[in-house]
Design a protein around this ligand. Structure first.
Ligand code: FES
Length: 108
């Protein structure tokens, strides 16, 4: 098995309806995962890029959350329609998509 160049984690946490933090599943996390697999499959990048669904990554109101390692780039409010850009620019081109990065203030 080849060592992956990148590993993408996408939150698909499920919480009960009405939970104060909400959840990435309700915000479309699963759609993001499916689109990511589709894009990677089309480019024959499965294995070069690994994808793992995760439970909560922390900043729930900013979900769906995505984290790309080893770059340690955190994306927020990722929509299905954003996935092509992330794959082309970041996972293939190596340049993170700045407009989708979490606000720096999050880390204060
Ligand atoms: S539920 Fe996805 S970051 Fe918390």
């Amino acid at each position: 098995m080849p060592k992956p160049e990148r590993h993408v984690f996408v939150c698909t946490q499920i919480r009960p309806q009405g939970h104060p933090r909400g959840c990435c599943n309700d915000r479309g996390g699963k759609d993001v995962v499916m689109q990511l697999f589709n894009e990677l499959e089309q480019r024959q990048l499965i294995g070069t890029v690994n994808v793992t669904e995760t439970s909560c990554l922390g900043p729930c109101p900013l979900g769906p959350m995505m984290v790309v390692y080893p770059d340690a780039v955190w994306y927020s409010r990722v929509k299905e329609d954003d996935v092509t850009e992330i794959v082309e620019k970041h996972l293939v081109g190596g340049k993170p998509v700045d407009r989708l990065k979490v606000p720096e203030e999050l880390w204060g």
